[in-house]
Write a protein that binds this ligand. Structure first.
Ligand code: HPA
Length: 235
């Protein structure tokens, strides 16, 4: 047990999928895994361990934003020895050629700041995905025929953004989408020598204002979960 995760030692698998939303963890575990056990419910941040094609997997909610994700990922790595961590979540599209329901596989995650800013000081560290996971995710998405974009994303500290000028620069520099967690996940994985990737579904679009209706969210998120699982075990 850790401060924020009630799982017993051994309850957490080496491979962990990290949705922001604890109820998405429940849905993904019930939809994709066999022999599912609830391993964490501290603060309602649900975590489940089960098997996928015979492999042990944990699906643990990370909460919204990098400070929350940092708590769970630090404890998963330090106390439970998680080795492969794949974020599954939603993002806002930032390019014309990126549509709602498309999948984005994040090579890099730009930021204004992260919880690691303090240790990097003047250094602009470039958080990037694990290559083997990235390659396996792209291969899985290609096999499935999912409309997928691979490139840089933006990990923001705010959902209700007040800096349209920054978004303009991001769009201009080809950033595909915005979410709130991947950069710190990639940074922590780099610090501890673990593998990390973010596979995201575009749930809304900053340029068009389009948003996925709530009843279509689950089915659209299924491709992302499948790609994340295949990447974790093919890589
Ligand atoms: N901004 C930040 N995070 C998000 C968004 C967004 O528009 N959509 C989904 N996650």
């Amino acid at each position: 047990m850790t401060i924020h995760i009630g799982a017993k030692p051994g309850d957490i698998a080496e491979t962990v999928l990290l949705p922001g939303d604890p109820y998405r963890a429940k849905w993904a575990a019930e939809s994709f895994l066999n022999d599912v056990t609830l391993v964490n419910e501290v603060r309602g941040m649900l975590g489940y361990t089960g098997t996928w094609n015979g492999h042990r997997v944990t699906i643990q909610g990370s909460g919204m934003g990098m400070p929350s994700l940092s708590i769970y990922v630090n404890e998963l790595i330090r106390d439970y020895d998680a080795k492969t961590l794949v974020r599954i979540g939603s993002c806002g599209g930032m390019q014309d050629h990126v549509a709602v329901r498309d999948v984005i596989i994040a090579m890099t995650a730009s930021t204004v700041t992260t919880p690691s800013r303090g240790i990097f000081k003047e250094l602009n560290f470039a958080p990037c995905a694990d290559w083997s996971l990235l390659q396996a995710a792209v291969a899985a998405a290609t096999r499935k025929g999912t409309k997928t974009h691979i490139g840089g994303i933006y990990s923001s500290d705010v959902f209700y953004d007040e800096r349209p000028d920054l978004n303009e620069q991001m769009v201009r520099h080809g950033i595909l989408g915005v979410e709130m967690e991947a950069a710190e996940l990639y940074t922590l994985a780099a610090r501890h020598g673990r593998r990390a990737l973010a596979v995201l579904t575009v749930s809304d679009h900053l340029l068009t204002g389009e948003a996925l209706p709530p009843d279509q969210r689950e089915t659209s998120f299924g491709d992302m979960v499948d790609i994340a699982l295949r990447a974790a075990f093919d890589a």
